[in-house]
Design a protein around this ligand. Sequence first.
Ligand SMILES: [Zn+2]
Length: 117
Amino acid sequence: MSYSEIELADYIVKHYSELLSLSQKMILKQYRHSLKLADRADRERLISIYTRSKWLSGEPETFAQLDGGYSNFIINCSKELLSKHGADIVINICPQCGRLARTPLAKQCRHCFFDWH
Ligand SMILES: [Zn+2]
């Protein structure tokens, strides 16, 4: 394998997010929102607005799933997706360098620029 576990997890979560469970989707959405808020001076005020509008649940247990870190969380998601939906997931590997393509349908490698059209 010429790609890392985290590269694969990122690829699967990005391109097959529709296969995630509702709570996994919520956690990812909340994580992305909390990142966007991270360096804003009015973070506290924004969080209370988001919480009220249900963008963030405000429930500590939801965020607890991120305790092992974002990388661990998406690695776990991708393992679960591969075991449940392995047949639907295309892991698009460059035939020349063996690295992961940008998307499941890509026909050109972003690493070595090999073209398999
Ligand atoms: Zn390549």
